[in-house]
Design a protein around this ligand. Sequence first.
Ligand SMILES: O=C(O)[C@H](O)[C@@H](O)[C@H](O)[C@H](O)COP(=O)(O)O
Length: 306
Amino acid sequence: MAASFRALSAALPNQSLTRSPPRFLAATSLSLRLNSVPYRLRRGATRASMAEIVTPKSKGKVKVFDTEEDLAVSLAEYAADLSKKSSQRKDSFTVVLSGGSLVKSLRKLLEQPYIDSVDWSKWHVFWVDERVVPKDHPDSNYLLAYNEFLSKVPIPTGNVYAINDALSAEGAADDYETCLKHLVKTKTIDQSESTGFPKFDLMLMGMGPDGHIASLFPGHPLVHENEKWVSFITDSPKPPPERISFTLPVINSSANIALVVAGAGKANAVHVALSDVSNSDVLPVQLVEPEGELSWFLDKGAASKL
Ligand SMILES: O=C(O)[C@H](O)[C@@H](O)[C@H](O)[C@H](O)COP(=O)(O)O
């Protein structure tokens, strides 16, 4: 097996804002409106300046931060907390990364207290999607994660599952799926009892301005793949064209998904995903509904149309 894949290596200090349906606007609450949406100001123990938006459960928990810096602080706390809980329960903590700006938003995990307190030896790192390029190519998601994160934490090299970059897109997807199946068999990765798909402890994903997640793009048939664990595309609208990607059922079997989205360029897709407007062309991000918990980490720009 080892040969067939490569395991390589504030404005509101101490308060939070809660957007609530009007019925929750108690007379005792301080309320204010942002973009004509009622918010309830809740005093609480939050460290960064943050607004929490109340949505139906299927849409997940939505946190809006004043700045991307605040978002990064909260994201580190969230990931470290899940790592701790998982490490107490079992021998592995399976973490899936996307490419893009997400990786930079993990930077606070490289600082104290997390760099010393997280049990990095339990981490097993995967990619929800990867560009089919050599691992030292500037487009490689592996290279990005290695440079920004993995080279700075003591995760065992053998726990980092990069794609086999010597294969075609189709071959690399099959190879990655074989790797996942082996790790499910050896119980490194949990398996969903209800779907039979692998159940990762934490998926950390960005979202494109068009509402794509992983390499599942709006209108692309790959969005509807429901048997394979890992598939491939050779016509990605976002360059480079050749990619492999986890399929939606694998994404949705996760125990935890964090959608990390910053910047006003993504405000439209965030609005579509979190509002009740019906759109004929469903965006891939709207199909994210994990077995476990979904958490949105937004900055003010990304939340500006809510
Ligand atoms: O390899 C990729 O292209 C990604 O995995 C992709 O799904 C990415 O996460 C989004 O496009 C968001 O990227 P940004 O955060 O950089 O906009």
